[in-house]
Ligand binder design. Structure first.
Ligand SMILES: *Cc1c(COP(=O)(O)O)cnc(C)c1O
Length: 432
């Protein structure tokens, strides 16, 4: 291109790029891809071959999807721009106006807002089940227009677990899927699909990427869509395409649900992640087991220590025998009990405040699943949009604090807590 103008060369000059085999996942940070030959364009748009535009497919994103599907024991995964995008897309693929979700009450506040404020405006309503151990309560909430059951595998704020296998059985007896938000557990601790769940969603911003640097989300599907059994309930998956093309079920069989999300829902609602974020997620996932194992060990040590402290009123950690769901945890979480839990300090909100302000190793912020230990006061932050009665119903009291335990040396965490507790105790005494 030597003789072309400066600006043209600035745009078009490039080496003939060799394609060496990179050991790390290459980052295809590009909006689009060249069609190597003329007919490749039509073949992409017609049959979906190859890559054209990152909103509909990107090799970096797909490499990470492949890894996550394998870890989760699913058939396929789909990465999205955030955990909220993952839940939104998963539900928008299953439900339309006039239809209904049955959800656990014990869910992430962003999801509760999505169900109560946003999906409602699209004509999709939700019934919440408080007592999630009560299978009859779930059954009673299911209506002819229900198209999904929704739960979290380990819930905020009180570490509630649910019998995934039993709930999956109930969902299947109605021909509908069980959708599990497994953000707190990660596939290292529990793989809901192995227990019968159909769809798993994640905020990959948390443990999966692990370092608190990127926002992301994912949907993993079990590949269990059964057109014979459930086709009438999900016409979008079994109806022919607008030009008479075969339906998603005909083209993808059991993977019809996630193919529909990948081809129709996610690219239209525009929830694509950046390839750079996908790379950082993939990088984080390479140490998932090591981090979550260590975080779970640290969390158990911290929870046991807290429970032994006279200044601590309650500790809601499912790894402790005192937790009401401990038996379920032994069945579902054999490799560790996770790293996020709540507790209350004696002395009320003033003591809680003094405690947080005195902590040095713990970071005060609204996030979780980071390699660093974090602390948060839910009543004034994540749960501030609930009434006090609603806060109580999900286990958030005015003096509840939440930890997300990191990978630090456990002894340093406990020393930090001991110093902060002594300080909070003095503050509480001074306040009286
Ligand atoms: C953080 C979180 C979400 C939302 O994910 P974002 O990545 O923040 O959009 C959903 N569910 C759970 C359980 C979460 O912790």
């Amino acid at each position: 291109m030597g003789r072309r103008g400066f600006t043209t060369r600035q745009l078009h000059e490039r080496e003939a790029v060799p394609a060496p085999t990179a050991r790390a996942t290459p980052i295809y940070l590009t909006a689009g891809f060249e069609f190597d030959e003329y007919d490749a364009a039509a073949s992409h748009f017609g049959e979906g071959h190859g890559y054209a535009y990152t909103r509909t497919g990107n090799p970096t994103i797909e490499a990470v999807e492949h890894r996550l599907a394998s870890l989760e024991g699913g058939s396929q995964a789909l990465l999205l721009s955030s955990g909220q995008a993952a839940t939104s897309v998963a539900l928008l693929g299953l439900l339309e106006s006039g239809q209904h979700i049955v959800s656990s009450t014990h869910i992430y506040e962003g999801t509760r807002g999505l169900l109560r404020d946003n999906l409602v405006r699209l004509g999709i309503t939700t019934t919440f089940v408080d007592d999630i151990d009560d299978l009859d309560a779930w059954e009673a909430a299911i209506r002819p227009n229900t198209r999904a059951l929704f739960v979290e595998s380990i819930s905020n704020a009180t570490n509630r677990l649910v019998d995934i296998a039993a709930l999956a059985g109930l969902a299947h007896s109605h021909g509908i899927p069980l959708v599990v938000d497994s953000t707190f557990a990660t596939p290292y601790l529990v793989r809901p699909i192995e227990h019968g769940a159909d769809v798993v969603v994640h905020s990959t911003s948390k443990f999966l990427s692990g370092h608190g640097s990127v926002i992301g989300g994912a949907i993993v599907d079990a590949g269990t869509f059964d057109a014979e059994r459930s086709g009438a309930l999900f016409p979008q998956l079994v109806a022919p395409g607008r030009t008479g093309a075969p339906s998603f079920a005909e083209r993808w069989g059991g993977d019809a649900r996630i193919a529909y999300l990948r081809e129709s829902v996610a690219p239209r609602f525009g929830t694509t992640p950046s390839p750079l974020n996908a790379f950082l997620l993939g990088q984080g996932m390479e140490t998932l087991s090591l981090r979550v194992q260590r975080q779970s060990e640290n969390a158990l040590a911290v929870a046991q220590w807290l429970e032994s402290c006279p200044q601590i009123e309650t500790v809601d950690y499912v790894g402790l025998p005192s937790h009401p769901d401990h038996a379920l945890a032994q069945r579902y979480l054999p490799d560790g009990y996770g790293a996020v839990f709540s507790f209350t300090v004696r002395g009320g909100a003033a003591a809680a405040r003094a405690f947080v302000e005195r902590l040095e190793v713990f970071t005060h912020m609204t996030h979780l699943g980071d390699v660093r230990s974090l602390v948060l006061h839910p009543a004034s932050t994540s749960h501030v949009f609930l009434t006090e009665a609603e806060q109580r119903a999900v286990g958030v009291e005015p003096d509840t604090l939440r930890f997300s335990i990191g990978i630090e040396d456990a002894a340093d965490l406990i020393d930090d807590l001991a110093a902060a507790l002594a300080f909070a105790d003095d503050a509480a005494v001074a306040a009286v």
